[in-house]
Design a binder for this molecule. Structure first.
Ligand SMILES: NC(=O)c1ccc[n+]([C@@H]2O[C@H](COP(=O)([O-])OP(=O)(O)OC[C@H]3O[C@@H](n4cnc5c(N)ncnc54)[C@H](O)[C@@H]3O)[C@@H](O)[C@H]2O)c1
Length: 247
């Protein structure tokens, strides 16, 4: 019996790879033996150098997920990939009631957090379906379901992650009969610059575990979703929020 969590011989595309949760996903996949192809708005050179110095197999690229033509050309240039993990996204901050510029914020947030993953899925999923196998892991948020941890979460972000959560089920149903599985993680508050910069007034007494999650606590589940251990599970959004979904 083979170790189904071993990623040796697996080629995994990771977008948002220069970010905190992207970095954690990259490290977990690389540590399990994957060849990782990294992309982000700015080419994620730092994490690529870290992995290269460890002798791991890595390439890195600049990619704007909102540009359909750029995404199509990039994915077409890659050749075969076994799994795709999307960790890109933005957290929007603004006052939807009072802010004159809120509509532009809404459009940008939907563009990056919804159209971006759609562009990527449109480029990645059909080729996987044609080959008859593939694993895809997307990143939604606790905000998709519970409107976030605190009342200060902004509605453009909630709308974007809610849309993406619905799309996880859509993509999963489209791809299931072709042997491609599509799942996601929905992180709660993780100790990242995104969480800390959000300015949300976290009350640790109200967090069941009494602490933020750590980036690696997202990276390992993402690596599992990209592994041959994940083949009969699809359309699932894994809550990783230290128990917050109970409250
Ligand atoms: N940090 C948390 O606590 C938390 C909680 C719930 C959900 N999430 C979600 O997890 C994902 C990663 O979060 P993070 O904390 O690592 O944030 P991060 O800001 O560190 O990483 C996000 C990455 O997305 C990239 N990106 C932004 N716009 C892009 C574009 N147009 N094209 C390509 N890449 C683009 C950024 O350059 C960045 O590297 C996001 O989707 C976020 O909404 C994070």
């Amino acid at each position: 019996m083979q170790n189904a969590f071993n990623l040796s011989g697996q080629r995994i595309l990771i977008t948002g790879a220069g970010g905190t949760l992207g970095g954690a996903t990259v490290r977990a996949c690389a540590m399990l033996g994957a060849e990782v192809v990294l992309a982000d708005l700015d080419a994620p050179e730092k994490i690529a150098s870290e992995l290269s110095a460890q002798g791991r197999s890595v390439s890195f690229h600049a990619l704007d997920n909102t540009s359909r033509s750029q995404v199509d050309a990039f994915v077409a240039s890659l050749g075969t990939i076994d799994a795709f993990a999307d960790c890109s996204g933005i957290y929007s901050k603004g006052d939807w009631l009072a802010d004159e510029t809120w509509d532009a914020l809404y459009e940008r947030t939907i563009d990056v957090n919804v159209r971006g993953p759609i562009n990527l899925m449109r480029a990645v999923m059909p080729a996987m379906m044609k080959r008859g196998h593939g694993r895809i892991a997307l990143t939604t948020s606790l905000a998709a379901r519970s409107a976030g941890t605190t009342l200060s979460v902004e509605p453009a972000y909630v709308a974007s992650k809610g849309a993406l959560q619905g799309l996880v089920h859509y993509f999963a149903r489209q791809a299931a009969s072709s042997g491609v599985v599509v799942n996601a993680v929905a992180p709660g508050p993780i100790e990242t610059p995104m969480t800390l910069a959000s300015g949300q007034p976290f009350d640790f007494a109200k967090l069941p575990t009494g602490r933020f999650g750590k980036p690696a606590e997202i990276g390992w589940p993402m690596a599992f979703l990209c592994s041959p251990g994940c083949t009969y599970m699809t359309g699932v959004v894994i809550d990783i929020n230290g128990g917050l979904h109970f409250s």
